[in-house]
Structures are given as C-alpha cells and as structure tokens.
Design a protein around this ligand. Sequence first.
Ligand SMILES: [Zn+2]
Ligand SMILES: [Zn+2]
Length: 253
Amino acid sequence: MRFASLGSGSKGNATLIEVGKTRVLLDCGFSVKETEKRLLRLGCEPDSLDAVVVTHEHGDHVNGVGRLSRKYKLPVWLTVGTNEVAKDTDFNQTCFIDPHSNFEIGDLSLQPFPVPHDAREPCQFVFSDGAVRLGILSDLGRVTPHVLSSLDSLDALMLECNYDYDMLMEGSYPYSLKKRVSGDLGHLDNKQSEAILKKLDLTKLQHLIGGHVSEKNNLPEFARQALYRGANCESEWISMASQENGFDWRDVR
Ligand SMILES: [Zn+2]
Ligand SMILES: [Zn+2]
C-alpha cells in the first residue's frame, strides 16, 4: 500500500491511497483543475482513479467532489447524512457508507469510524490491504474510546494537528469561531494530538504525518514537537503535510 497528499489544511484536503491497481481519493477540497494538477504532480492520471471517499460535507473536503465525479465518472462513497447536506451531490454514482461497517473498493478495505465534529454524519477511516493498516484522522473535536480503538496498532498514521491553543486564543479569529474550533465538535489542537499518540500502540508505525495544520493558528514546528513528544521518537522521523504541496508517496509494507 502507498499513500500521498495533494494538500492538507483549511483551504483544501485530498489524500491518495493506492493498493495494487486500486486508487482512491479521500476527500477533494480543491477545484477540478487544481486537483488534476496536483494528481499529475504525483504521477497519477486523474482517469486512473477508482472512487472518491468523503469524510464530511465541509467545503475544504468536498469542494471538487461533484465535478470530479462527473468529469471522470467516479463513484462517490459517503454517509447518508453527508449526502443530505453536501452542496453538490449530483455524483456519477452514489454509494452509501454505514459508519459502523467495513467495506471494500477494489483491493482496498475501508474501516470507517464516526467522529465528533460539527458536521451531519462525519466519519474518518482506516485503510487496509489485508496486511498493513493506514489511519487518516482529521476534523475531530475530541477523542472518543472508539476513535482510539480504531487507530490502535496502525502501520501508518496521518493525524490532525490543527491549532496551537495559545495562538488560537491570542489570534484574530472572532470569539465565536475560537469557541467553535476549540470545542468538542471542532478540531484537534497539538496537545490533544500528542495525548492521542500516547494512548496508542505505535510499535508497528512506519509513518507519522501531521495534517490539517492551520496557517493562522499554528506553526508546523509546534505540531511536529507535539507529534514527536507523543510518539516518543526523533523529530526528523515526523513529516508534515502542507497546504500547498501535501506530501509525496509513502510506502507502507
Ligand atoms: Zn477540514
Ligand atoms: Zn470539517
């Protein structure tokens, strides 16, 4: 299995996951043109995609999904709740996710798990080829026992480090937005992400990548510190997904 990011952050998210001949795009918060450009940067022809899987209806995750689905005739997998409230749901084909049931797309197995976030029916995913497991977690207000058990003993993890609490509180956001971001249905701050890592079995972990880092309320260096403290590892071992460049392909064996 391998995975790569087209970009990560509040201006757009999209992650590519590949197993054998199966290629799935997790979320697409970029325009079709931007998505095509970013896919080609990773050596991926857009018409080689098999499906788009959607975590929730926020624009930074779905802005390009409808148009990409129609242009490349892609099925879109999402929860009934997300489909009800997403803006553009005129998909080439709609496939519903039960957030408590695993499902398969080609050679890829997906294990969804519901998360607390201010969306209708958000879920995040663990991807597997039957041998190794990759967890991708973003847009989470607080950790739950089910989130922790879903992420235990992974081989690779991309974890949200959205904001630094002090930077958010001292920053320019209006009070209501500060409350939303830091609330139980908002996003993970660096310390919450660090605490999650401390509760997980990381002995098999080959990749740890910080994602969805706020450009206004965080610094990649702060997020990196939280991750290496949480995982008790060397700082050089941690990667950060950027808004502009995401990150290049990572192999998980
Ligand atoms: Zn988001
Ligand atoms: Zn969101």
